[in-house]
Design a protein around this ligand. Structure first.
Ligand code: ARG
Ligand code: ZN
Length: 883
């Protein structure tokens, strides 16, 4: 059943307090829920409809009296009270559930023997009958009873107010959360866990106990997460003036978890990969992800928990904003340009294809069948870009004013995206015409730029046009407000001072306190607009969309030599990288055309020279260099083609890689050897940048598949003292089929077989491999003793990883499609959320040639017609087949 934003209605009843009691058991768990209910309008009685799934109803009482069977109805989704009292009343419901059988990892379930919960979006209804919607905010208490030996640790939200022993070897703990919250933020954990204990003194001097809970053997691996948590708490105070509001903050690690992590009030739950790290077992990428996600979940305490969403359509209100906050946090702690490049790449690789496919939706969707399908890169990543545009328009201090007003107005409320927009605009006395279109229109806008210069009048002009492509259900689009940050670079490579812009009949004088302006933000809000710069003494090279100021595709008239010039000179480092990427994309596309016409491939020597000078430029940040010499991904290129051709793109990307490795071999070798280090591992930008450059260069060299580079990779593999370098060397060794590959993979497994997270990496490395016919290897790994279809991490590594290799997933014989089709149906029986994420790999099937289309479509048709299919998979598969 499809649910629409336009049908939102206020609830007829509110819940003031919720007192929960859990009797956790091996065969069954009994949940007692006592709710104080108040009617929205006193004296008027409407039916009260509660959500519930997979529950056994044991009893239901109103004001202490058991309801008679004619006073309520119950079906597989709802419990309905036809005539509840018209005034405040007590509702008491007892249900029975079976967490030990719950493989959906939603609601209350067991993971490696411990009880834990995941309630967002709609998992609370698998625990008890409830109005399971975020605009129902109540104060909760939670009493947990369980066997004391099996479950020594009992946790829930808020403060522990009582605990003690019970008869029969049991004990209990009573928790009280003083803050009102929606049901999706409820959490419970019970099990055998140890904790790392630390504390944080807040800006107002309160002492907060910090605890990270894991099985005892993993405790040493929680140091970095604890560091990240404390850094996040400090950062939020300094940058946003936001202080933590309780005396206790818990993080619990579980191996079985559908998503990354969850921001339950004062009881965050994380999948292990995003907490546990040691230099020997985790890479720099893992360390960075932990910092970002620990920050993200912590930041939700204000953006999400204190101020929450009115309904699930508003998800980006908390997620877009919180992703933006975690991006800024990571930027401030690391290197801003490098972080920006990583975030923009992620948007291009994952979000652009979604926005151009059958699942395209605005950051605030208009409808959904299953909300879980809308925890997407669009809602999260594009949503963060939309938040970033406010900051680009209003500056850091204007953005802060907007945030302050947002909290002043809405603390303790469940609100909408318009409320956020209004706070931002009101705090800055501004209006952003057509800006709200970002919340309702799907599709990536294209901005076309045509520049002209007139030497006699010294006028430089930029003519901008925008085009928002049609998307399912939205054939016609309105113009949007697009902030375009621009600088003009002179022939010596310096930014020209900008004095004024003329557009739309008005002249805007630019100056910031008498200081010259070098970058200005054009407010582009119509289908077509011209911006005129006066007093420009020579033809400049425009640096457009600096820092990627809007989530659009830019199509400019910059020439190849302009782009090489910007790559070498732009003061905006992001745009330096971008110039290289634009050049690489053009180059790859033209070589793909050559390949398809069976012409001999030749690499443009200017491109090689450009990358060589980047590689040799010692004034550049090493991680920036690593990013600048990395080619756009295969998906990015296929995305730009009329008909995506995975074989051609793969061949061309490999050709360029090998050609670069050959021609830059001396420089690459020098970069590998000069960036070795015997110091012990540290998580700081300089060391990570050094490793990133070394590893990128090693990967290039390994593509040559020559004995000397294999020897080098083997040497790096053996001498590595941290996982970042060891895993990169393993990746280098396994690029090409053969004995060196097989030996290295076997050696690595033998070394790490007892470490579940490292084994997941090992699965992922093999799964994503582009070696010919890899489907057979992946098929075989499915029955490897370390693999488990019930563990999402392993599924994402092996099956998700496989879909990340275009040549193998899109193999022309259909073997990749058949493999995924079968697995999706198996997975759907176990865990619909995970199955639905996997089936998404099919969604862009129309982008390929007819043979592939037919093969992929057959799998999708097989899936939608399967018996007992979940709504999750049904929504993605049927929308992929539509139109
Ligand atoms: N709110 C969590 C986060 O982004 C994600 C929860 C996702 N849950 C789900 N069922 N899709 O921090
Ligand atoms: Zn989040």
């Amino acid at each position: 059943k499809e649910i629409f934003l336009k049908d939102y209605m206020k609830p007829d009843y509110f819940f003031d307090t919720v007192d929960l009691q859990f009797q956790l058991g091996e065969e069954k768990t009994i949940v007692t829920s006592k709710i104080v209910v108040s009617p929205g309008v006193k004296g008027v009685s409407a039916p009260l409809v509660l959500h519930g799934r997979d529950l056994i109803l044991l009893s239901i009482k109103v004001n202490g009296t058991e309801l008679k069977s004619e006073e309520y109805t119950v079906n597989s989704r709802n419990l309905r009270l036809s005539t509840p009292p018209a005034d405040v009343f007590n509702l008491e419901i007892v249900t029975e559930i079976y967490p030990q059988l719950n493989t959906s990892l939603e609601g209350l379930y067991k993971s490696t023997g411990n009880f834990c919960t995941q309630c967002e979006a709609e998992g609370f209804r698998k625990i008890t009958y409830f109005q399971d919607r975020p605009d129902i905010m109540a104060k909760y208490t939670c009493c947990i009873e369980a066997d004391k030996t099996l479950y020594p640790v009992l946790l829930s939200n808020g403060n522990l107010i009582e605990q003690g022993d019970l008869e029969g070897g049991k004990h209990y703990a009573l928790w009280e959360d003083p803050f009102k919250k929606p049901s999706y933020l409820f959490a419970l954990v019970a099990g055998q866990l140890d904790c790392r204990d630390d504390s944080f003194v807040t800006c107002s001097g309160r002492n907060v106990a910090l605890r990270i809970w894991t099985p005892a053997q993993d405790l040493p691996k929680t140091a970095h997460a604890m560091y990240s948590l404390k850094a996040a708490m400090k950062w939020d105070e300094e940058v946003f003036g936001l202080e933590y509001d309780l005396d206790l903050f818990n993080i619990v690690v579980v191996p079985d978890f559908n998503m990354g992590a969850m921001e339950n009030k004062s009881l965050n739950i994380f999948q292990s990969r995003l907490v546990l790290a040691s230099p020997e077992t985790a890479t720099d990428g893992d360390y960075a992800a932990i910092l970002g996600v620990v920050g993200h979940e912590y930041f939700h305490n204000w953006t999400g928990n204190r101020v929450t969403c009115r309904d699930w359509f508003q998800l980006t209100l908390k997620e877009g904003l919180t992703v933006f906050r975690d991006q800024e946090f990571s930027s401030d702690l690391g290197c801003r340009t490098v972080k920006r490049i990583a975030d923009v790449s992620k948007l291009r690789i994952y979000q652009f294809p979604q926005d151009a496919g059958p699942m395209a939706h605005p950051i605030r969707p208009h409808s959904y069948i299953k909300m879980d399908n809308f925890y997407t890169v669009t809602v999260y990543e594009k949503g963060a870009e939309v938040v970033r545009m406010y900051k680009t328009m209003f500056g850091a201090s204007g953005f802060r004013k907007g945030m302050d007003l947002y909290f002043q107005r809405h603390d303790g409320q469940a609100v909408t995206c318009e409320d956020f927009y209004a706070a931002m605009c009101d705090a800055n006395n501004a209006q952003l015409p057509n800006f709200l279109q970002w919340y309702s229109q799907a599709g990536t806008p294209t901005v076309k730029v045509v520049s002209s210069y007139d030497p006699s009048s010294q006028i430089f002009s930029l003519k901008l046009t925008q085009e928002v492509p049609p998307t399912p259900g939205q054939p016609v689009k309105e113009p949007m407000f697009i902030p375009v940050a621009v600088g003009l670079v002179d022939s010596t490579g310096k930014d020209m001072p900008l004095t004024s812009i003329y557009s739309d009949g008005t002249l805007q004088t630019l100056s910031s306190d008498g200081q010259p302006v070098f970058t200005t933000v054009l407010q582009f809000k119509k289908k077509e607009e011209e911006f005129i710069f006066k007093n420009i003494p020579e033809r400049p090279v425009p640096s457009l969309l600096r820092g990627y100021s809007a989530p659009v595709r830019l199509d400019s008239d910059l020439s190849e030599s302009d782009l090489f010039f910007l790559l070498a000179n732009d003061s905006d480092e992001f745009n330096r990288w971008e110039a290289g990427q634009v050049l690489a994309r053009k180059l790859m596309l033209s070589l793909v055309a050559d390949f398809q016409q069976q012409k001999t491939l030749v690499l443009n020597p200017k491109f090689v020279a450009g990358l060589r000078s980047v590689l040799r430029n010692t004034s550049l940040d090493k991680e920036f260099i690593a990013k600048a010499i990395t080619l756009p991904g295969q998906g990015e290129i296929m995305d730009m083609m009329e008909v995506a051709d995975p074989d051609a793109v793969h061949a061309v990307r490999n050709f360029i890689k090998q050609e670069l490795a050959l021609q830059l071999k001396e420089d690459l070798l020098a970069a590998v050897t000069s960036n070795r280090s015997s110091e012990s591992y540290t998580f700081d930008h300089d060391s990570m940048a050094r490793r990133a450059l070394k590893n990128t260069c090693l990967a290039y060299l390994a593509s040559l598949n020559e004995p000397d580079v294999t020897e080098l990779a083997l040497h790096e593999y053996k001498s590595a003292t941290n996982m970042t370098e060891q895993f990169a060397a393993l990746g280098a060794l396994s690029q090409n089929p053969g004995q060196a590959r097989d030996d290295a993979l076997l050696d690595f497994y033998n070394k790490w077989q007892d470490d579940y997270l490292v084994v997941s990496k090992w699965f992922a490395l093999q799964a994503t491999s582009d070696i010919p016919g890899n489907v057979a290897n992946v098929q075989k790994l499915l029955s490897h003793p370390a693999f488990d279809l019930r563990n999402p991490n392993k599924v994402y590594s092996l099956i998700g990883g496989f879909c990340g290799s275009p040549v193998n997933f899109h193999a022309k014989d259909g073997s990749g499609y058949r493999f995924l089709g079968e697995i999706v149906l198996q997975l759907d029986k176990i865990n619909p959320q995970v199955a639905s994420r996997m089936v998404s790999a099919f969604s862009r099937w129309r982008r390929y040639d007819e043979t592939r289309q037919a093969l992929a479509k057959a799998q999708l048709e097989m899936i939608v017609s399967a018996d007992g299919l979940s709504e999750n998979v049904y929504e993605i598969a049927s929308k992929s087949l539509a139109d």
